[in-house]
Write a protein that binds this ligand. Structure first.
Ligand code: MLT
Length: 269
């Protein structure tokens, strides 16, 4: 589905009916990283997975795409669909957006799912690396940024045993436009440190992380879990950064269990 919001065409996928679950993808990916969860959870819930500005089939604008801007895009979509308070999930950059959303619109969030993400801002070095990468992408195209990154998405074992999955994600990344990639890089570079905010998160929160995630590590996840009062941490075994696609069954079980603890449903969990 496509709708014009906040000056751009936004694409989203939705399925199921019931309590609304909104799942935000990471960089430079699209809503399909949540396909296994959308399929599973939509047996019992209404599941919405948008393409963020500059990603997937949503329109680009010039950057930077601050996390607040992306959160406002998601909020506009939630408003457009008249959703009651949602369970908001985000993977990696999607988690940064979820934290920004929580800060801006706490009354719209029923619970949080933070997958393979972190609360900290970029270091000075990481920030300048992102700014350089943004320039490289705009000048030379996406290859130099995508190639090293795709390798970090999965464990070596998965890369060896499931090359089709790696190829699928490489194509997803490569199809993100240079404008979209640069906009996200510059926006992530500007994001504030959310650590001081964690203690004021008052909704139940599920934190997921791949045991071998080298981008947003188990250590990052533990810090979020110790900062958010009503949180639970699940370390997904044999998984790197893209847990939703690498270990869908384990991620579905963790999210299904978390949701059935929140809502009285008959099906999942
Ligand atoms: C992501 O997967 O969204 C990014 O790796 C996050 C980041 O670069 O900080």
């Amino acid at each position: 589905m496509r709708v014009h919001l906040n000056g751009i065409d936004v694409f989203y996928s939705s399925s199921g009916a019931g309590q609304p679950i909104v799942l935000i993808h990471g960089y430079p990916l699209d809503h399909t990283i949540w396909d296994p969860q959308r399929e599973y959870l939509s047996q019992d819930y209404f599941v919405l997975a948008p393409d963020l500005r500059g990603h997937g089939k949503s329109e680009s604008s010039s950057g930077p795409y601050t996390m607040d801007l992306l959160a406002r895009d998601v909020h506009a979509l939630i408003d457009h669909l008249h959703l009651e308070p949602v369970v908001l999930g985000g993977l990696s950059m999607g988690g940064y957006v979820a934290l920004a959303f929580m800060r801006l619109f706490p009354q719209r969030v029923r619970a949080l799912i933070l997958a393979d993400t972190r609360a900290e801002a970029d270091t000075v070095e990481a920030r300048s690396r992102r700014e350089q990468q943004a320039q490289t992408v705009l000048r030379n195209g996406t290859g130099e940024v995508v190639d090293p990154m795709v390798l970090k998405m999965f464990t070596e074992k998965t890369a060896r045993e499931d090359p089709k999955l790696v190829e699928r994600v490489r194509r997803m990344m490569e199809s993100t436009s240079p404008t979209g990639i640069a906009g996200a890089l510059l926006g992530m570079a500007q994001r504030p440190d959310s650590t001081p905010f964690l203690g004021s998160i008052r909704v139940p929160t599920l934190i997921l992380v791949g045991s071998q995630d080298s981008i947003t590590t188990v250590e990052h996840a533990r810090k979020m879990a110790s900062g958010i009062p009503d949180s639970q941490l699940v370390v997904v075994p044999d998984a790197a950064h893209l847990t939703t696609l690498e270990r869908p069954r384990e991620v579905n079980a963790a999210i299904g269990g978390f949701l059935s603890g929140l809502f009285t449903t008959t099906g999942l969990g």
